[in-house]
Structure formats: structure tokens, C-alpha cells
Design a protein around this ligand. Structure first.
Ligand SMILES: [Zn+2]
Length: 368
């Protein structure tokens, strides 16, 4: 039950998370156990602590064939009203490209990000950024929104409430966030975006289809959001039709974290494999990780997708949007960048620069 593996080889998982200095070892063990060939580590920055991105850079520098890095932006200058100096967002795109990152991870568009920094992505603050990533064709993994249940105190799952992912009338609405994305995509129609978690449209496949039709350069990833599997399982036939029709627009992802045990990660990947590949009717195993919720939450019905659809979802679409092979982190350039992240953290929060993850990683990168 927990050791469900795929019948397809050379799988790229577009959406996993690093954690600490052991990220490379832990994710490699998960690759070996799940049969996943390569992983895209999506790494938002924690500018106050100088953490998040550096650990992912270190992992990718250790295993240049295996890990892609999608790097988050650093908003310390905006968060400090200009008191802390950072490169502009467009300059950050260039710097991240120069050190070997494969793309950008955005979480700007998750309501919790708006609670922290209430700047819509349509704001002039982002204007040069959007122009630059469109010009370069930079792949972006972008988390926008959350499941509709998160705005409903009656319906929000316990695991989400515990993370403070419950939203109320004071928060930005789901439709407002979608409208902002539409505005950005109409200003920049060539953006190379993989919207995380099926863009939270799994409960409305007609709307999902309209969105993909209207924006031919974007894709959805399959990182659960377990509600995505439950929603689409209500009508697996309609799911199969959607996945076949949009086989070039869907990218495999699991949201596996380097903080998970190999068993939890194997279960997580296995749920997605089994949903895509079989006609089985099944539930989330008891031993699954916390964010997948308990088995009683719902039934998953497999879509039994054909191999040519699976190959595109598992690998070809990611390879087209980003690359089939990681660009490769330049350890010395990445070390300099990490020193800057450490300096920014010290300026922003008063933390001692030398004690940040960024400073630790900078030293290790120079020793490679
Ligand atoms: Zn994620």
C-alpha cells in the first residue's frame, strides 16, 4: 500500500522542499526509494533569518545532476520601507540566473504572503520583475491562492487550521488573487509559469480549462493539496478527459519535504502515482504525513492515464518549461550570494550574520 511505485522512468518532480544542511542526502534517499529521477527544489526566502534558499543551493551544488533550484525573491527592502538595501527584483532575477538557479519560486499570491506584505503582484513594485522574467523566459513555480475551504471556518481541514491557513473577511479573497494574476498575464502574455497545486481549480475543471486555453504559456503542477485528488475523483472520467486534453499543460509534483521520513515521502509520491496510473479506488494511508489529512477525509479514484500522457506529465512538460537537466550551481558565486543574504538578514532583524543558514552555506560552498 505504501510502496506504490510508478511504471514510468526518468520522472522529474517539479515541486519539493529542502530543509537544512542534510537536504541533499535526505532528498536523494527519497529519490532512490520512490524512483523519482530528478527534483526541483522550490525555495522561498526567509529574509529575517537568512534561510530557506541557501540550503537548497547547497543541496544542488552537492548533487548537480539531480536537483533544480527555483529560488524565492528577497523582499527585505520593501519590508523595511527602504531601510535595508537589496538588489531590485529584476536584478535578483539576473543574479539568481548567474549563480545557476533554474527558475523562480513565488509564494506571493498565497493569502499568508499578503498578510505579511500587502503588495499585490500588479503593484509597480513588481513591474520590472515581470518584464525581466518575461524577457528571459525564466520558469516560475508560482503558488497562488489556497483551497476555497480555507476561507470557510466550518469547512477548513484541521491540518490547515493548525498552520494558520484559515482566512476571514479581513483577508484578500480568492477571486481578487485570481484577478491580479489575470492582470499580470494580460500585461505579460509570454510568462513561463507553472502554477502550483493545480492553481486550486480542481473543483471546477471547466474554469481550469478556460484558464489554460486563455493562457497558452502556463501549466499547472500536481503537488497535493489533497483536495485536488478528492475533487477530481468525484468524476474520474472527466478527470481523464481533462488530463488527456491538457497533457502538455500538467507537470508532476509531490510537495515532498526533506524534513519527511522516506516512508512518508514514499507514501506521498505513491498516492499521486496510483491516482494517475491505475483505476484503483483507495484512501490516503493511515501512515501518510500530516498535511494529507486522515483516510476518512475522502476517496481517491484512479484515472488510468495512458503512457504517452504520463510521460509528458512526468517529464516532458517540465523539460520544455525549464530543462531536462539542472543548469548547475556555481559554488563560489552562490557563496557570495549567500553572504549577501546573511548581511540582509542582519540588517533586517538584528540577527548575527555569521549565525545564519546563509553564512553556514557560504562557508560550505567555498569548501566544495
Ligand atoms: Zn510546496
Amino acid at each position: 500500500m505504501s510502496d506504490w511505485s510508478s511504471r514510468v522512468t526518468n520522472i522529474i518532480d517539479a515541486h519539493v522542499h529542502g530543509r537544512d544542511m542534510e537536504t541533499a542526502q535526505r532528498l536523494s534517499a527519497i529519490c532512490d526509494a520512490t524512483g523519482i529521477d530528478r527534483m526541483g527544489i522550490v525555495a522561498i526566502q526567509n529574509p529575517e533569518e537568512g534561510a530557506g534558499l541557501p540550503a537548497a543551493l547547497y543541496a544542488a551544488a552537492q548533487h548537480p545532476q539531480r536537483f533544480f533550484v527555483f529560488a524565492g525573491l528577497n523582499h527585505a527592502q520593501k519590508l523595511s520601507d527602504g531601510a535595508v538595501r537589496t538588489p531590485s527584483l529584476a536584478e535578483q532575477v539576473d543574479l539568481l540566473h548567474q549563480i545557476g538557479c533554474d527558475g523562480i519560486k513565488m509564494i506571493e499570491g498565497k493569502p499568508t504572503s499578503r498578510q505579511k506584505m500587502d503588495v499585490p503582484v500588479t503593484d509597480p513594485y513588481f513591474a520590472d520583475y515581470w518584464a525581466r522574467v518575461e524577457e528571459l523566459g525564466t520558469p516560475i513555480v508560482w503558488h497562488v491562492n489556497d483551497p476555497e475551504e480555507f476561507w470557510d471556518p466550518e469547512a477548513i481541514p484541521g491540518w490547515a487550521r493548525e498552520r494558520n491557513w484559515g482566512y476571514g473577511p479581513e483577508d484578500v479573497t480568492k477571486e481578487q488573487l485570481y484577478a491580479e494574476v489575470d492582470e499580470v498575464l494580460s500585461r505579460h502574455p509570454r510568462l513561463n509559469v507553472i502554477f502550483a497545486h493545480f492553481y486550486f481549480l480542481s473543483a471546477d475543471l471547466e474554469r481550469a480549462a478556460r484558464f489554460l486555453d486563455d493562457h497558452p504559456t502556463v501549466c499547472f503542477d500536481l503537488a497535493p493539496g489533497i483536495e485536488m485528488l478528492y475533487n477530481i475523483s468525484r468524476d474520474p472520467e472527466a478527470g481523464r478527459e481533462f488530463f488527456t486534453r491538457y497533457a502538455d499543460r500538467i507537470v508532476f509534483g509531490t510537495d515532498i519535504s526533506a524534513g519527511q521520513t522516506v516512508e512518508e515521502a514514499t507514501i506521498r509520491a505513491g498516492i499521486v502515482f496510483r491516482w494517475l496510473e491505475t483505476e484503483d479506488e483507495f484512501r490516503v494511508p493511515e501512515e501518510a504525513d500530516f498535511l494529507l489529512g486522515p483516510p476518512e477525509d475522502g476517496v481517491i479514484r484512479g484515472m488510468a492515464l495512458p503512457d504517452d500522457v504520463l510521460r509528458r506529465v512526468y517529464r516532458d512538460n517540465f523539460a520544455r518549461m525549464a530543462s531536462s537537466e539542472p543548469r548547475g550551481i556555481d559554488p563560489l558565486a552562490a557563496a557570495d550570494y549567500c553572504d549577501e543574504i546573511a548581511r540582509i538578514a542582519a540588517d533586517l532583524s538584528g540577527i548575527e550574520a555569521a549565525r545564519t543558514e546563509a553564512a553556514n552555506v557560504a562557508a560550505r560552498l567555498r569548501a566544495i
